[in-house]
Design a protein around this ligand. Structure first.
Ligand code: 13P
Length: 338
């Protein structure tokens, strides 16, 4: 295995206090859907321009420790010709790459997904390392529904996450391990707590079986939260308490940090929840953000595909980055939104 100390240093940098990760790894179809909402055509160059806007915001390195990119973006350059991985690394931001090939319908398990991408992953990781990536991401998707998730779906996804993590560490790349329990259904927070507990427990069991060094990973879980379609939404305090309770039960303290996904929460809710957890204090790992939508939603609208709006787009992204940076230390207050 590669030097564990190197992996540990990278992982610690990714979850450094006051900073978090920008998830800018939307696949080409997904960024196309985002661009549709601002009536902007998705082309290789418009995607490049948008990502350059995010990566070159003044002071971005003060609050962003790492950026997750999609394959296309990792190979792109700024308009001045600087490859994005180098542009980020020069600012002290760790370049990362999404390596899973998407969550596809699982045969024989209607309504459930299994994540693809283990075939040739060793060779792909070697190339990504050469291109400058020092961490990777693999997302497993767990769906709550009538009779779902099944035990087999949880096991298959946990095994793939662990095999991916072992391959990353072999390549000198820190794995972001992302088991996402979706928040789209009408379930209560208790159901989310139960399912999140199960997938975390299985994922850490499988990582143990594969010999994954927990000091050299970053966990990217969902928060424990009501489904969006549920009538009675939980309070910020309830989400924070339930999430921390589950993490304390299932995530060993050897893990340096936990960086949440936002999963469809509003930008402000995602910040409030992270802050409330950090205000609880006494946590064995750093708790921070690895948000996609909750960092980018306002920036996307402010930009709206127009060059003259780039400064406004950068300001909108920086506002969320700064407030989430404060939340990662439990130092956010709602008055800072003004
Ligand atoms: P969201 O924060 O939009 O959920 O995206 C994070 C992510 O990387 C999902 O894989």
């Amino acid at each position: 295995m590669n030097n564990l100390r190197d992996l540990q240093q990278i992982a610690q940098a990714m979850v450094a206090p006051g900073k978090g990760i920008l998830a800018a790894d939307e696949s080409t179809p997904t960024i196309g859907k985002r661009f549709d909402t601002i009536s902007t055509e998705s082309t290789e160059d418009s995607r490049r321009t948008y990502r350059e806007m995010l990566f070159t915001a003044d002071g971005v390195e003060d609050f962003i420790s790492g950026v997750i990119m999609f394959d296309e973006t990792l190979r792109q350059s700024s308009k001045d010709g600087i490859p994005f991985p180098k542009l980020l690394a020069d600012k002290g931001i760790v370049p990362g790459i999404k390596v899973d090939l998407g969550a596809k319908d699982m045969p024989g398990f209607e309504g459930e997904k299994w994540t693809q991408g283990l075939t040739n992953l060793r060779e792909r990781l070697a190339e990504y390392y050469e291109l400058g990536a020092r961490f990777a991401k693999w997302r497993a998707v767990i769906t709550i529904g009538a009779g779902l998730p099944t035990r087999h779906c949880l096991e298959v996804n946990a095994q793939a996450l662990a095999a991916y993590a072992a391959l990353c560490q072999e390549a000198g790349i820190v794995p972001i391990v992302e088991p996402e329990v979706l928040m789209d259904a009408d379930n209560c927070i208790k159901t989310c707590e139960k399912v999140t507990s199960e997938i975390l427990s299985l994922t850490f069991r499988e990582m143990h079986n594969y010999g994954v060094a927990l000091e050299g990973i970053v966990l990217k879980p969902n928060m424990v939260i009501c489904g969006k379609a549920h009538d009675n939404q939980s309070s910020v305090a309830e989400v924070a308490e339930a999430t921390v309770r589950v993490l304390k039960r299932y995530v060993p303290s050897a893990v340096p940090g936990i960086a949440f996904l936002s999963g469809g929460q509003s930008s402000v809710d995602a910040t409030k929840h992270l802050d409330a957890m950090n205000k609880l204090g006494g946590l064995p790992w750093n708790l921070t953000f690895s948000y996609g939508r909750a960092l980018q939603a306002d920036a996307l609208v402010a930009w709206s595909g127009k060059d003259e709006n780039i400064a406004a787009g950068q300001a909108a992204m920086m506002k969320r980055a700064k407030l989430n940076g404060a939340a990662s230390k439990g130092e956010y207050s709602e008055s800072m939104e003004a």
